[in-house]
Design a protein around this ligand. Structure first.
Ligand SMILES: [Zn+2]
Length: 372
């Protein structure tokens, strides 16, 4: 089964790709594919209202007495429920996606009923997942709840014929099950931590003869998210650095134990980072000209620049730390790791050391792999 993820224009592309990088890792019959939202169908129909808590609490799904997810009152940009699915349908036509393959709009905008995921009530396989506002809650990494919701889609499609069936079935009292109705975004944390499905839902999965391989794939995602969240949670009492992987052919840097969290280094940052990884004992800035050829080779690979003169000019500047360019590269690397993990963990990956002395990266090299 193919599941097509459509990036709504306001969703940052890095964030979109990071979500895809995580969900794409789990092999099985369900394949996730990504598409840009066609420009002419951009989600530009957002409306803005001040959402008062009381008012939101009274909002219900049409024809269902279900109270929806709650947020604090503040001006909220949101999309009308039906317009979300119009966008899915437009993308479906644009990309010639067959009717039986789900199309999921990933959007930063909230929606009329303030749900964090939902589906077309008309029975079409059009869905959405809200990627915004998670950082206001309990998550270290917004990819976890989003990927959880995406992973649940194929299983839910096998468990329920319609969105109304699913909403009617939801457990109103939380059981730590995929089908708990989470009234607030923070409630989804329980599902993520248990990574489980309750006995009633397991029976329903059996009765509906859900594809065991799909079930297994969904459970692998749930379990992996749970493990990654535990790994992150352990940072507070046992700061253990994640393994680091440089996918050299694809020129990407990942923290393996955090669901291959990609560190978005640019080509020069990758060059300098990779170079210092090669020298566990460190290299002083003054010794860099001795390594000019090695740096050029790395930069040629990471920048994919065929113009040799450009490569040598940039590397000569780095070797001389001209206008502090090397120091700036090193501080950008530091900032990107600090954005990804707590400071005490980030300290393992950054290029440290005093001026005039050898500079080095502390990480235990047995945790580092470079290659495919
Ligand atoms: Zn259940």
């Amino acid at each position: 089964m193919n599941i097509h993820l459509i990036r709504s224009l306001e969703l940052d592309q890095e964030k979109f790709v990071a979500i895809y990088d995580l969900i794409h890792q789990y092999s099985g019959p369900v394949q996730y594919l990504i598409h840009e939202q066609p420009d002419e169908y951009s989600t530009d129909e957002v409306e803005t209202e001040i959402w008062e808590e009381e008012r939101i609490a009274k909002k219900v799904m049409p024809s269902r007495n279900v109270v929806c997810d709650n947020v604090a009152p503040y001006p909220t940009q949101f999309l009308r429920w039906d317009s979300i699915f119009d966008h899915c349908e437009a993308a479906r036509r644009f990309y010639h996606i067959p009717d039986d393959e789900p199309v999921v709009l990933l959007t930063e905008h909230a929606n009329e009923y303030n749900w964090f995921s939902g589906a077309d009530r008309n029975g079409k396989r059009n869905l959405f997942v809200h990627t915004g506002m998670w950082d206001r809650y309990i998550f270290y990494d917004m990819r976890y709840p989003v990927v959880y919701l995406l992973a649940a889609i194929p299983l839910r499609l096998q468990m329920f014929d319609t969105f109304e069936d699913m909403v009617g079935y939801f457990h109103q009292e939380p059981r730590g099950c995929m089908n708990d109705f989470c009234q607030e975004k923070k409630d989804i944390g329980l599902k993520l931590r248990t990574a489980d499905i309750c006995p009633d839902c397991r029976k329903r999965i059996q009765d509906r003869k859900a594809d065991p391989q799909v079930v297994a794939q969904v459970f692998r995602v749930f379990e992996s998210i749970r493990t990654q969240m535990l790994f992150r949670a352990s940072f507070t009492h046992n700061p253990t650095p994640s393994r680091l992987w440089i996918d050299y052919p694809k020129r990407k840097v990942y923290l393996t134990d955090l669901g291959n969290l990609r560190i978005p280094l640019n080509p020069m940052e990758k060059t300098v980072f990779h170079f210092f990884l090669n020298y566990p004992d460190g290299v002083a800035f003054s010794a860099l000209p001795d390594h000019r050829n090695e740096l050029c080779t790395l930069y040629r690979h990471y920048s994919d620049t065929p113009v040799f003169a450009t490569i040598t000019a940039r590397i000569d500047d780095i070797c001389a730390n001209k206008r502090d360019c090397l120091s700036q590269v090193i501080s950008r690397i530091r900032r990107k790791f600090e954005d990804a993990v707590p400071e005490e963990i980030a300290g393992q990956y950054v290029i440290g050391g005093e001026a005039g002395r050898k500079r080095k990266i502390l990480i235990d090299r047995s945790l580092v792999s470079i290659g495919e």
